[in-house]
Design a protein around this ligand. Structure first.
Ligand SMILES: [Fe+2]
Length: 255
């Protein structure tokens, strides 16, 4: 029987040390580091991408323009960075968020659970990344609705791309996670773990906060296989001023 070596280092650890050695030697390129970032997995857009977008589409979903009443629910702050697999920030990308309100209802015309909807909740927002790749949303904790665990929906439209990439963000410790079909369908352990985040509560304000870095390949055609025919995915909304290609509807690949 082989004597355990005091100097045994697990393979994953050895690879990390090798990478660190390369870093210190100045030999590491971004591609060598890329193996360490799990690409954010694609998940279905689901049936509730808004069939009518709200007039207010900013990244504060709690307040609708000219409405002094805020949305009902636990204030939740989401932020992160959009990066490519090498860890480089991705600028000029459109990040969209849509989700259930405190009743479990979407702003989609067929998305009201129990006939109740919070009319003060924006339901949808968007944010365009700058040179740091960072994005931020202020919203509420989505309520549960029939058949799903708690989740947010995200859409990412990379600069120069016509297709919206869709994914979902989940809450660590949510009991229904283990039986959620969307979450279970993510077969790669690292990718599945990458979309489940801890939501920390601020002791004073009772607000929740989570950070999530979205990792996307910029390789042309990388997401061609993510061609969902089983849901309405809608066209990306008009891009804002300063977005490459200027304002106006963006043509899409046929679904
Ligand atoms: Fe959903």
């Amino acid at each position: 029987m082989r004597e355990p070596s005091l100097f045994y280092i697990p393979l994953s650890r050895r690879r990390l040390l090798q990478s660190l050695a390369l870093v210190s030697a100045g030999f590491l390129t971004r591609n060598a580091f890329a193996e360490m970032l799990a690409q954010t997995p694609h998940t279905t857009a689901g049936p509730f991408y808004p069939d009518h977008l709200p007039l207010d589409q900013d990244n504060d979903l709690i307040h609708i323009t000219n409405d002094i009443t805020p949305a009902v629910g636990t204030v939740t702050n989401l932020s992160g960075t959009l990066v490519d697999p090498s860890g480089a920030p991705v600028k000029n990308a459109l990040i969209e968020l849509w989700q259930a309100d405190n009743f479990g209802s979407y702003i989609h015309s067929r998305g009201a659970q129990g006939g109740q909807r919070d009319s003060h909740f924006q339901g949808y927002g968007k944010f365009e990344t700058g040179k740091t790749g960072e994005w931020v949303f202020r919203t509420i904790k989505p309520a549960l609705y029939t058949g799903r665990t708690r989740h947010f929906h995200f859409g990412i439209t990379l600069p120069g791309m016509q297709r919206r990439f869709t994914t979902q963000l989940f809450f660590a410790g949510e009991p229904a996670n283990t039986r959620d079909m969307v979450l279970r369908a993510i077969r790669d352990d690292a990718q599945r773990a990458s979309v489940i985040r801890e939501f920390k509560e601020d002791g004073d304000t009772k607000q929740l906060a989570a950070t999530w870095d979205i990792v996307m390949s910029l390789t042309p055609g990388a997401y061609d296989h993510d061609d969902d025919h089983d849901h309405f995915d809608g066209p990306p909304p008009p891009r804002g001023e300063g977005f490459p290609g200027g304002p106006g509807p963006v043509p899409r690949d046929p679904l």
